[in-house]
Design a protein around this ligand. Sequence first.
Ligand SMILES: *Cc1c(COP(=O)(O)O)cnc(C)c1O
Length: 427
Amino acid sequence: MKRDLSDKLFQAAKKTIPGGVNSPVRAFKNVDGEPFFVRRAKGCKIEDVDGNQMIDYVGTWGPAILGHAPECVLEAVASAAKDGVSFGIPNPYEVEMAGLIVDWVPSVEKVRMVNSGTEATMSAVRLARGYTGRNKVVKFEGCYHGHVDSLLVAAGSGALTHGEPDSAGVPSAFAAETIILPYNDLEKVRAVFSEMGDQIAAVIVESYPANAGLIFPKEGYLQGLRDVTAQYGSVFIFDEVMTGFRVARGGVQELEGITPDLTAMGKVIGGGLPVGAFGGKAEIMNYLAPDGPVYQAGTLSGNPLAMAAGLAQLREMDRLGGYCMLEKMGARLEVGVREILAAKGLEYQFNRVGSMFCLFFTNEEIVNLDSVMTADTVVFRKFFTAMLEQGVYMAPSPYETGFISVAHGDSEIDTTLEAVDAALVKI
Ligand SMILES: *Cc1c(COP(=O)(O)O)cnc(C)c1O
């Protein structure tokens, strides 16, 4: 594939943008490559500035559940924009959006809009601390909750050192308030609570961890977390930024029948515009300013364009029966991938729920970050490159989940499977 214009743009970008990118996952460092620049995206395809077209399984890292640039979202944004792009004064869309979230997400009684998933988890943790008057937060290895100081510990594939921040610039005193435990090990959680349960403000967990590949909870694990937090009066925070409105209307909490105290949301909810939200029990949410003592604010929060885009996307999913369509496409991909693996005698792990999937280049069962880290990164790199050469764009890291959109049809899935078959020959 010719990438001359992308290469030129990347050289220019590196002069004025750190690393040439506005988010490090875009830098292709995990695959020893350089990013391409997108000119346009429509449906399940993206086109780079050199005119190469690719079937896209990144979907802007999750939000594009209807595919790129769906007409309903374009129309909603254009129509909202005619009346003004931001007010900083309440607008009707915010009330509609809150109503929809409360209606769809089982545990949410009140909700506040923010501008990103990071803001959602950051605010939820602050609220949990304000509500309980406690400082410590439990998180799990491999769970990513955005780049919040105290949560940027053992967050995904970064080097793991107990209680040490993954990033320079995070005071270790902040990280010291974070207790990191392995995922899927309930005994360790119970042990920490019996030792210091009265100091723990919250347990935060990715409902299905999807930032270290895609990991599923063992039977009873999430309910176990729910029970132990309830017993000690800690706030149970579900990070559904990735899974919310993606695996089902009501996210993992709907699928698994779990009732968290607070939920962080983002990605799909914004229809591709910068949106996040956090909500939950009214009793806890009432601790937020202006009614309560926990301060949280945002100049652009509840922005009319963002609300209109999100509402249009969510309603269209509902109208189409989108979650059923995604399950069908996801199953088609899964069956195909499993057939290819079996035919080649490969015992790689393939995890999927609805439209989210991850192929792990390891024979070990995936239960936590340690098992994810057994995946062969060299093989991944070859696979990624071979797929891209055939016009299929997967996330440029072995620790990312792939996303199918409603715009992916049978023919694109089949093309993808042919590419997988060929790519696995080459490695
Ligand atoms: C993407 C993500 C975030 C952070 O959201 P941003 O909008 O990138 O700040 C937080 N939690 C989870 C589970 C995510 O997948």
